[in-house]
Design a binder for this molecule. Structure first.
Ligand code: 4AD
Ligand code: MG
Length: 475
């Protein structure tokens, strides 16, 4: 409709009233149906309509307009509709919570059922849809198969133990064994099950059969992190590819994420322009910046050296960062936003802070007491490291977590034993290394973190329709 130039034609539009301005001679109604950020302007001759009907057309009301499409004399819109009939589908009184302009995002979160009707959330949700389309298109065009992994699982992929249990047991009457442990024999699955934290382990089964797969589904983490970047239920995209080495994995991460950002710039211009104007004036420049930059590929050991130099030069951080520490978001953002001023792919992390499945780097020749190892481009680390490849982004910190996988059965088993992991429920995973094991690699992109980056929104709760966070599962 907004693009049509068939002036003089009769049209019908249905939508929600954004604003209604009245004067003696003419009424203007800005109407929006959610398909775009742009409103259609409806021009009403008040002498031709019932006074009460016009009074009832308030912000938020849902109406149907029939009228004539005419060229608009006003700047910023090619056409408008001269109303011949107005029908009210749904009234909207002044208790409507989205009525006022300039409300805080926090207030809107309390009304998450209605916030979708605002301009900002409309823009974010349309971009979210577009990013999902970009992701499926990218993988389809590159020969990946969309592979569905289970949401209910008996294994803990990341080994962090922050899983939500799934049970049909009567919680008021739990059977326990002599040691006080809950007996799951009579539970629905006959064993303890949870919601998955990642589809990777099953994804590896797919990749070692189909060559290249990706998952795209919800994942669940019961970590009590009340931060603007964590959700208890978030969507993750996890490609897994046979015969890929570390360099190729980083190439894929970079190419994939740039494709998504380019897709947004090519397909979501109106919404991005709106967000650039209303939320973050540097948004579009930042998106274009990412496309023009080559991501830095930085071994963890080198990253720690840079951070320690910064500390020596007087830079203050809240958390320590010595070799072996898990980097905090402030460290990641220092490297990306202040030091390199471009995205960073960090490689070769200390074994102790990463997951059991990552490929172990070779020890330095002759060995050392601390197990010094050699990583990407010959970088020597003082202790054992693994071929992780996380992508760190401006404003966000970690957006992708990935790695080459340990394909050697004995090395993998060694790490599992060292960690004293219970592998009873992962026997099938180990079988990939027993029969026809192959070098392979993959990563996980946090969908909402991508949406945060692409929209310039500040809080992850505002880029998913109905966020799940500690103490919050209302809508
Ligand atoms: O780094 P993570 O934990 O990696 C994995 O789960 C691997 N199994 C992925 C793989 O190699 N197939 O998580 C991957 C990404 C993170 O980089 C982050 O973007 C996102 O998932 N993420 C979260 N997003 C929102 N809320 C949370 N609580 C998140 N935890 C991780
Ligand atoms: Mg991670």
């Amino acid at each position: 409709m907004l693009k049509s130039t068939e002036y003089g034609k009769d049209v019908c539009v249905k939508g929600w009233v954004r604003t209604h301005r009245s004067s003696k001679a003419v009424d203007f109604i800005a109407l929006n149906d959610g398909s775009t950020i742009k409103n259609v302007q409806v021009v009403v001759d008040p002498t031709k309509f019932d006074e009460q009907t016009l009074k009832d057309i308030t912000t938020g009301a849902c109406i149907c307009v029939v009228g004539t499409l005419v060229e608009s004399p006003a700047a910023g819109q090619p056409s408008e509709i001269q109303a011949t009939s107005l029908e009210i589908y749904g009234l909207c009184d002044n208790e409507y919570p989205m009525q006022k302009k300039g409300q805080s995002f926090e207030t809107m979160r309390k009304n998450a059922h209605m916030r979708l009707r605002t301009n900002t959330f409309g823009a974010v949700m349309r971009i979210r849809h577009n990013m999902a389309m970009a992701i499926h298109t990218y993988f389809h065009e590159h020969g990946f198969f969309y592979f569905h992994t289970p949401l209910i699982t008996a294994s803990d992929c990341e080994g962090a133990g922050n899983m939500f249990q799934v049970t049909t047991k009567n919680l008021y009457d739990l059977k326990k064994d002599e040691q006080g442990k809950i007996i799951y024999d009579d539970d629905f699955f006959g064993q303890q099950t949870s919601l998955t934290v990642s589809g990777q382990l099953e994804g590896e089964l797919g990749a070692t059969a189909l060559g290249a797969i990706y998952t795209f589904g919800p994942t669940f983490r019961a970590e009590n992190s009340n931060t603007p970047r964590h959700l208890a239920e978030f969507w993750m995209i996890e490609p897994e590819i046979a015969f890929l080495d570390q360099e190729e994995l980083m190439d894929l991460e970079e190419d994939f994420i740039k494709y998504c950002v380019r897709w947004a710039l090519d397909n979501c211009r109106d919404d991005l322009n709106f967000l650039n104007q209303m939320i973050d004036k540097t948004l579009i420049a930042r998106l274009e910046g990412v496309l023009s930059e080559t991501f830095v590929r930085l071994p963890y050991t080198e990253g720690i050296r840079i951070l320690q130099e910064a500390i020596k030069a007087g830079r203050k951080f809240e958390f320590p960062c010595n070799w072996g520490d898990d980097l905090a978001s402030e460290h990641e953002r220092y490297l990306v936003e202040e030091h390199f001023k471009k995205p960073v792919i960090m490689t070769d992390y200390p074994t102790a802070i990463k997951s059991f499945y990552m490929k172990q780097n070779a020890p330095v020749e002759g060995g050392t007491p601390d197990g010094a190892s050699i990583g990407y481009k010959g970088c020597v680390a003082p202790a054992p490291t693994m071929q992780g490849t996380d992508v760190l982004f401006p404003q966000i910190g970690e957006i992708i977590g990935g790695s080459v996988r340990e394909a050697d059965y004995d090395k993998l088993m060694g790490e599992i034993t060292r960690r004293q992991m219970d592998m009873t429920h992962l026997w099938w995973y180990l079988d990939t290394r027993r029969w026809g094991s192959c070098p392979h690699a993959g990563f996980g992109l946090g969908f909402e973190r991508l949406i945060l980056f692409v929209t310039g929104m500040q809080n992850i709760r505002d880029v998913i329709p109905f966020p799940r966070t500690p103490k919050n599962a209302e809508f």
